[in-house]
Design a protein around this ligand. Sequence first.
Ligand SMILES: Cc1cc2nc3c(=O)[nH]c(=O)nc-3n(C[C@H](O)[C@H](O)[C@H](O)COP(=O)(O)OP(=O)(O)OC[C@H]3O[C@@H](n4cnc5c(N)ncnc54)[C@H](O)[C@@H]3O)c2cc1C
Length: 346
Amino acid sequence: MQVDYIIVGFGLAGLAFAETLERQQKSFVVFNDASQQSSLVAASLYNPVILKRFTPVWDVQDQLAIALPFYKQLEEKFNESYDDQLNIFRVFTSVEEQNNWFAACDKPVLRSYMHPEVITNQNKAVRAPFGLGKVSGTGKIRNKKLLADYQEYLLQEGRLMRETFDYESIIFNGDQLTYKEMKAKQIVFCEGFGLRKNPFFKELPLNGTKGELITIHAPDLKLDTIVKSSVFVLPLGQDTYKVGATFEHTDKSSQPTENAKKELIEKLETFINVPYDIVEHEAGIRPTVKDRRPLLGRHHIHKQLTVLNGLGTRGVLLAPKMAQLLYEHLENGISLPKEVSVERFS
Ligand SMILES: Cc1cc2nc3c(=O)[nH]c(=O)nc-3n(C[C@H](O)[C@H](O)[C@H](O)COP(=O)(O)OP(=O)(O)OC[C@H]3O[C@@H](n4cnc5c(N)ncnc54)[C@H](O)[C@@H]3O)c2cc1C
């Protein structure tokens, strides 16, 4: 079999690159195992505002302009709905925070998304004595469904191998390479935190940040928007809500822990006062980088090997633009921006 590309890993990064190739009529196959699950457990929110400090997300306008039409086209492709456009309401904890909110609302970029008023809480299940601030242009991508639909599509076409990629089976020959019975021009590694096991790119400073979430069933909560306090509460329908997330820098396993569950419950109960049951508890490792920017580019020796990683805490918004930049680099020789190129670490 001869293909243009082999993609290793099919989370948000792999999906974005596969779809970018598909739109350009390039041939590819995908290898994916279940060793990482960041994209499967992610809350998958997209939000242009950092709600801790009321500052804009890096490069957000460009990322939104590419990501939203990208997911829309996937909705058309699979005749499904993946983009739940939901506003986020930030719970204020003091008058000082309200003042900081108003100051931020005047700033360029932020003024398009942050509403300059303090909204009085009307929901008795939520505690918000200092009111709430509304952010629009926000929402949630139904990642799990999107990844499952895309994998099914690739499986039917014989383009998805559900197996671990074996680095030792690559044979380099000139501009081409061979992997087992396949010939390809390029391999793009989209392995999330799995990159740490990749002998070609393991030196890159991918630190990884573990995150855990719980799903609760709370019939009296009656929320139809996202509420963000020390954790967010995200409506999933049928009285269930995702609550998260934690940030843990030392534990690199994907196992849920009692400590994280306790932390999430304590934080949730500072602003929710109705009974609930925990119906699910999940964990994953975000592929975070030392300088909080993605990792794109070719291997310094083997130019047929490329990485697309480092999507960190914001894979939903970053993946489509990063896939596009990498494609333009590989196919049309367009230089990668310095802040995302792996060359910044060479
Ligand atoms: C708790 C939590 C909450 C999050 N919330 C959000 C959010 O609200 N919004 C947002 O934008 N982002 C969020 N994120 C971050 C987001 O999940 C990541 O940015 C994104 O999923 C990373 O995607 P990826 O494809 O790079 O990696 P992954 O999703 O880790 O995918 C990599 C894939 O490659 C496979 N793989 C690895 N090595 C190999 C190999 N050798 N052979 C075959 N397959 C291999 C893995 O099994 C996996 O399927 C969250 C993450 C976590 C953990």
